[in-house]
Design a protein around this ligand. Structure first.
Ligand SMILES: Cc1ncc(COP(=O)(O)O)c(C=O)c1O
Length: 472
């Protein structure tokens, strides 16, 4: 059992026991709890800390843990928040609810469910030891808790500049708290509310949510196996007058497509000719499966057309919430100003930890191991699907990223497959959320990085086949 799930189990047991105790009664000692429930001291102290934070118990150092005299509010009274529906009505319809939930790190399916949904690495693929060591080294720095510059720590800006390629200056880098917050800031900074933003169709639902929350209207531009179509992009700019394109040229989420070498230049040229910005979401730079990963568009842009965005959450851990925006010209000043309004700067200890992590040989070793693990998992999932579900169409096996994108046969709906999968213990992402407008067909996104191991992937496909088999 993982640390977090054993803590949850112990919290649940203690809650039941506390229900039978009176305020002021003493809980068994930590030593008793360890012996009685067969858990470690860390689990006990986490469980007690959680109950103390909720106000269920109070701890008295040197004396013990006692049932709180004051019951937590939610135990005694059901609160009435219905007034908020009226107060929030003036804010208009919520553009975001329901759009981001299944990609978010907080999404946790029932125990025993195999995770083919979500967009982060399983703990077993994360560089846990290197992360721990980096955080410990960062914490020992005497300036770890000092204020950080708005644009980020100089060494971290230099790392992101180097990663983007020659021609990118550390001065062009703004450190952010991951990719999602950066996206949200970029949409607000670049386009006026009510205006259009061109997006690939399909695309990342978190980007659609952020664009809509900024008051923008996502307009789909078709793509194929070589990425977004430059001819249709030019038409879309002409028809909508848009001044912004959101695009994922490298290992696109959800399809895994890579914008071809020829189109990379064309897409930037078309965007520049429209007098527009191009947000390049380079979230998957470190998720290649072994072959050379193309240079980011920003590395060859001299005019400030491309605003590049990347993040360390995908190759490391969803909680290493460190990312970067690379931009040139007045847009950078605007972003730095916005940063001051939003949250001043990214927490310094996390920035220091990111520098410590990425600067060690362990990071390069991790990236190499990750690349081959992703390649193996991708092949295992694709092979199992070809064997067990041959009428689910996989347009191509991606050379990077974390997902396969499948078109379902016309006899199946996404909702039916996702529901049946859930009932058989497999969590998947239905395709609808990835389309900015009405989807052309039913799709599923199946991830191969969040499951515990390749054997789970094979088992998940067996369950999917069983879940969707027609009764004969
Ligand atoms: C395409 C894409 N961009 C950006 C993000 C945001 O990632 P994070 O905020 O963890 O850096 C995600 C996460 O799923 C993503 O898939």
């Amino acid at each position: 059992m993982s640390d977090s799930s054993s803590t949850e189990v112990l919290v649940a047991i203690l809650r039941t026991e506390i229900a039978g105790l009176a305020p002021g009664d003493r809980l068994p000692s930590s030593r008793d709890l360890i012996a009685r429930h067969g858990v470690g001291p860390v689990t006990v102290s986490r469980a007690i800390a959680q109950l103390a934070a909720e106000g269920v118990v109070v701890t008295r150092p040197g004396s013990g843990t006692y049932v709180s005299a004051r019951r937590p509010r939610h135990v005694d009274e059901a609160s009435d928040t219905s007034w908020q529906a009226v107060a929030l009505a003036g804010r208009g319809q919520d553009p975001v609810t329901g759009l981001v939930e299944a990609d978010g790190p907080a999404d946790s399916p029932q125990a025993g469910t195999i995770a083919l949904h979500g967009g982060y690495l399983h703990e077993g693929l994360q560089p846990a030891r290197a992360l721990g060591a980096a955080l410990a080294r960062a914490a020992r720095r005497p300036d770890a808790w000092h204020r950080a510059p708005v644009a980020g720590l100089a060494p971290l800006r230099a790392i992101f500049a180097r990663q983007a390629g020659t021609g990118v200056d550390p001065e062009d880098v703004l450190v952010t708290g991951g990719g999602q917050g950066a996206l949200s800031m970029l949409f607000r900074a670049i386009a006026a509310p009510g205006g259009p933003v061109l997006v690939e169709s399909p695309t990342y639902p978190g980007a659609l949510a952020a664009a809509r929350a900024a008051g923008l209207r996502p307009v789909p531009v078709p793509m194929d196996g070589d990425g977004i179509r430059p001819d249709l992009l030019a038409d879309a700019f002409a028809m909508t007058g848009a001044r912004l394109l959101y695009c994922q040229p490298t290992f696109h989420n959800p399809t895994g497509a890579v914008l071809s070498a020829e189109r990379r230049r064309q897409v930037v040229d078309v965007t520049r000719a429209a007098g527009a910005f191009l947000i390049e979401d380079d979230f998957a730079r470190h998720l290649g499966h072994g072959r050379t990963v193309p240079r980011p568009l920003v590395a060859d842009d001299r005019d400030g057309t491309v605003v590049h965005l990347t993040s360390l959450t995908k190759p490391a851990s969803p909680s290493l919430r460190i990312g970067a925006v690379i931009a040139r010209g007045p847009v950078m000043q605007r972003l730095q100003g916005m940063r001051l309004v939003d949250d001043f700067f990214t927490a310094r200890p996390l920035q220091e930890a990111a520098v410590e992590l990425v600067s060690t040989p362990a990071w390069d070793r991790h990236l190499r191991a990750l690349s081959s693990a992703l390649r193996d998992r991708c092949a295992v999932l694709a092979d199992a699907l070809a064997r067990e579900l041959p009428d689910w169409t996989l347009a191509h096996v991606p050379a990077g990223g974390l997902h396969l994108w499948l078109r379902l046969p016309a006899t199946l709906t996404e909702a039916a497959v996702a529901g049946a999968a859930r009932a058989h213990g497999v969590a998947v992402n239905a395709g609808r959320r990835y389309f900015p407008a009405e989807p052309p067909a039913a799709h599923l996104r199946l991830g191969f990085a969040a499951a515990a191991d390749p054997a789970e992937l094979t088992e998940a496909v067996r369950r999917l086949a069983a879940a969707t088999r027609r009764p004969s």
